[in-house]
Design a protein around this ligand. Structure first.
Ligand code: GAL
Length: 839
């Protein structure tokens, strides 16, 4: 605090009471969506960057766009089934745009949130740059190349032709949002505000704000930087102002400390957000206004007691998520991400690991707003490749830039609590020591500018290149953000692992190896610990393999394609990969050990690609607790019973079997001390959870009719659930997640489609083909059913039901009105719904 006061005095900070109401019109900064009006061509052309190139025949579209999701599945696509068995290739995007005179004299930038991958950008025929990393956000300065009141042409070439370059589905194209930013030439630099909260008490929070201001005027300017903090209701709660000069063509960092009295803390259940509003003035004329999110919270990772948020012991109950959005592919859509997070929150999830790359900015904004503890991850590989054409090819040249940009972009998000610089990078392995780099090459890579002794650790032990590389990456992160721990996901748990040996990791992260957690305190004395990745259970929604207490550890072998005629994994939590374990086991490994900060389960949702344990025609994962369409699998309710305060009673499987067949009935429950099952009214016994199990089960001889389970506490009924034998499919039921959506051309309604018998019981094995007919102000943007082996297209107006269900996603147009959706199928009674589209 003393230092901060000294800096403030040095800078001549004056606290003022200027009006903090945000006047958007007055703001010389404009951030406009640049998603509209693009044209797209799938294929390569030699002259498409030329402004006069005739693109009239190209397809018109709006970004974000993922061309791979529009394709057909095929074993022959070079991505392989690991990459989702969808096409890659090269694509071109072009957009013509006009800027009127009001833009003259402004700095004008184009901001790409992410392009997969190897993008090149031209403005009016001038090459602006190349960016290989498909998950990084980047900016180009258009200013010197623009013309006003006449056409400008931006062209983007995207090259995702060399595959495989990913262990999961990446998507192809400009799959995240693009922005046109214009601002006066004295402005806050890209990601130029850094906000921290060095001191927090009940009465007061000190908010430290570092602002990098750039002067691109030809002369020195008199600069005033006003910073205010605004609470959720728009009320200004703190402000500070500092004046000085800024030389022509230079930038400087301005540091201010502000105080928020009686701060409302950002917490998981009440993620209270403030905003830091930065205003730049030159000679009292405002030249910029820049808004940064602020959540006031403090946390510690403790080696003995685990994670504490705002002083409260908090177990991180997280899931890993890949970036695709099921049938929407990689194309970012805020509502689709929000829906995923809502479904996970309902299950009791409080953490997200952005496996294994920088996420879309929208994900972090939602996590800020909804209260999640994010492990924000940069790389899945460093120099050593995992797939033939992956980022390892670019690592030497690009890692400093990409890592720096990632941290700068994300470091103000209150939801981000830790940085992961790598997932299972092959540099970790003790046997990876024999690196072929000589000292000179190593020093070049590590940019250490030291002589041979650089490879000697302080303890006299020789440090490997890989350990030094770990240290270099961790140092980059810490130089940009010392407030959060740096970690990695490791599947070599030996303390001799090069990453651990670097001593540079603040938080030890294991992927799997639950049996080894107990050795952590001894092997890593004084270091906090997180189960960075757990479980890898395998499940197909709706499929049950009995007996339910037999384990299926799949794939049995790696070297030959593993198959099972079902191409399905059992939903009883009795199927997992050899390196993983059941959900029940993984949670138990973490639950009762205080020193474990928490866990991130592999994975929250199914994702495209990595269809372990099968090969093609399997093309999406079996790992999700929720399937690709967003329908929870049964184990979802185990977590809900353990991770929330809800009264839970979930009974499965369905009740459509062969007479006499032996069927295991499971129940997950909470808030009760026993459950009793009745088959056609006859009790099959009372069960209680025991031996660390989070489920109970009964083994029955099937007979048609009804099973009913009652949960009781102190002899009183808490909940009851009935499952009936369904008759033949007879009707369709449509249930939208939202009946009113915004007419912004982006908002979505996710409609669950169920096949029911005459009485309204869901037919658990129905596979009827459902056809959709939409009229009104919207369109169908995707269909799915969660079947990891379906070869049906995601962009279609029909879908087969899978275990009784499928999904149709509709998107609004940019106007008010109504969307009418009808669903029909041969021999079934149809259903229709209306969705209101509001302003
Ligand atoms: C982990 C890896 C994940 C995923 C998972 C599947 O080892 O970090 O990316 O591949 O295995 O079980």
């Amino acid at each position: 605090m003393k230092n901060a006061i000294a800096i403030l005095l040095l800078l001549g900070v004056v606290f003022t009471g200027f009006n903090a109401c945000r006047n958007v019109d007055r703001n010389p900064r404009k951030t406009e969506s640049f998603n509209d009006g693009w044209r797209f061509y799938l294929g390569d052309l030699s002259d498409a960057s030329d402004p006069v190139f005739d693109d009239n025949g190209w397809r018109e579209l709006e970004l974000p766009h993922d061309w791979a999701i529009e394709g057909d599945f095929s074993e022959d696509h070079p991505s392989g089934s690991g990459g989702g068995a969808l096409p890659g290739g090269i694509g071109w995007y072009r957009k013509s745009f006009f800027l009127d005179q009001s833009y003259e004299g402004k700095k004008i930038f184009v901001d790409f949130d992410g392009v997969y991958m190897n993008s090149d950008v031209w403005i009016n025929g001038i090459h602006l740059g190349h960016r290989p990393f498909g998950y990084i956000s980047f900016r180009y300065d258009l200013t010197p190349h623009l013309k006003f009141d006449t056409e400008n042409v931006i062209a983007v070439r995207v090259d995702n032709s060399e595959q495989p370059n990913s262990r999961w589905y990446s998507g192809c194209g400009i799959y995240r949002n693009v922005w046109l930013t214009s601002v006066d030439p004295v402005y806050v630099d890209l990601w130029g505000v850094y906000v921290t909260t060095p001191e927090i008490t009940e009465d007061n929070a000190v908010v430290n704000v570092k602002t990098t201001v750039k002067n691109e005027m030809p002369q020195e300017v008199n600069l005033k930087t006003e910073t205010s903090i605004v609470d959720g209701s728009g009320k200004q709660v703190a402000s500070a102002s500092v004046s000085g000069t800024l030389a022509a063509g230079s930038s400087k960092e301005i540091e201010q400390d502000l105080s928020v009295r009686e701060p409302v803390l950002w917490a998981l259940e009440n993620p209270c957000l403030y905003e830091v509003v930065t205003r730049i003035f030159v000679d009292d004329k405002q030249t910029d206004e820049y808004v940064t999110p602020l959540g006031i919270r403090y946390f510690t990772f403790d080696a003995e007691k685990g994670f504490f948020l705002n002083g409260e012991s908090t177990k991180i109950k997280g899931v890993c998520l890949h970036h695709d959005l099921g049938c929407l592919g990689a194309a970012v859509n805020t509502r689709a991400i929000e829906r995923q997070l809502e479904i996970l929150k309902e299950m009791g999830v409080n953490g997200i690991r952005t496996a294994h790359n920088p996420p879309a900015p929208e994900l972090l904004r939602l996590c800020d707003r909804m209260g999640f503890i994010v492990m924000d991850e940069t790389f899945d590989m460093w120099r050593k490749r995992k797939t033939t054409y992956d980022y390892s090819r670019y690592f030497n040249e690009w890692h400093e830039r990409d890592l720096t940009d990632h941290i700068l972009r994300d470091r103000n998000h209150p939801s981000v609590f830790m940085w992961s610089i790598g997932n299972e990078v092959l540099e970790q392995w003790t046997h990876a020591e024999a690196d072929t780099l000589d000292i000179q090459q190593a020093n070049l890579l590590l940019n250490l500018k030291r002589d041979e002794t650089a490879l000697a650790g302080t303890d006299g032990e020789t440090m490997s290149v890989n350990a030094l590389l770990t240290k270099k990456l961790a140092d980059i992160v810490k130089s940009l953000d010392p407030t959060r721990p740096v970690t990695t996901g490791n599947n070599e748990t030996n303390p001799a692992n090069h990453l651990f040996r670097s001593g540079a990791l603040d938080l030890i992260g294991f992927n799997y190896h639950g049996y080894d957690y107990k050795n952590v305190p001894e092997n890593f004395p004084g270091k906090p610990f997180i189960a960075a990745e757990t479980t890898s259970g395998l499940m197909t929604r709706g499929y049950y393999r009995m007996p339910s207490d037999s384990m299926y550890i799949w794939p049995v072998r790696w070297d030959i394609p593993f198959t099972d005629p079902s191409y399905a994994c059992s939903s009883y939590d009795n199927c997992h990969v050899p390196w993983g374990c059941t959900h029940e086991q993984a949670w138990n490994d973490v639950k009762n050990s205080d020193f474990i900060s928490g866990m991130y389960i592999w994975t929250g949702f199914d994702y495209l690609g990595e269809p372990t344990p099968f090969w093609f025609p399997a093309r999406s994962s079996y790992f999700g607790i929720v399937d690709l369409a967003g329908f929870p699998k049964d184990v979802y309710y185990m977590y809900q019973s353990e991770w929330t305060d809800k009264e839970v009673l979930h009974v499965f499987p369905h009740w459509n079997w062969q007479p006499g067949e032996t069927v295991d009935v499971w129940a997950y429950y909470s808030k009760a001390d026993e459950v009793e099952l009745f088959l056609n009214g006859v009790s099959q016994g009372i069960k209680r959870k025991e031996g660390g199990k989070h489920h109970v089960f009964w083994r029955l001889a099937y007979e048609t009719g009804t099973i009913k389970v009652i949960s009781r506490k102190n002899g009183k009924e808490v909940l009851s659930k009935e499952i009936k034998t369904a008759g033949e499919p007879s009707q369709i039921r449509l249930t939208p997640d939202r009946r009113v959506i915004r007419g912004d051309g982006q908002d979505l309604s996710f409609i669950t489609v169920e096949v029911l018998d005459e009485e309204g019981t869901i037919c658990p094995n129905a596979e009827n083909l459902i056809r959709f007919n939409l009229s009104g102000n919207g369109k169908v943007v995707g269909v799915d059913n969660g079947n990891p082996t379906s070869m049906e297209r995601f962009k279609a107006s029909e879908r087969k039901a899978f275990y009784g269900k499928c999904l149709v996603v509709v998107k609004s147009e940019k106007r008010e009105g109504v969307i009418r959706l009808a669903a029909e199928s041969d021999g079934l009674m149809k259903d229709a719904i209306e969705i209101k589209v509001t302003k």
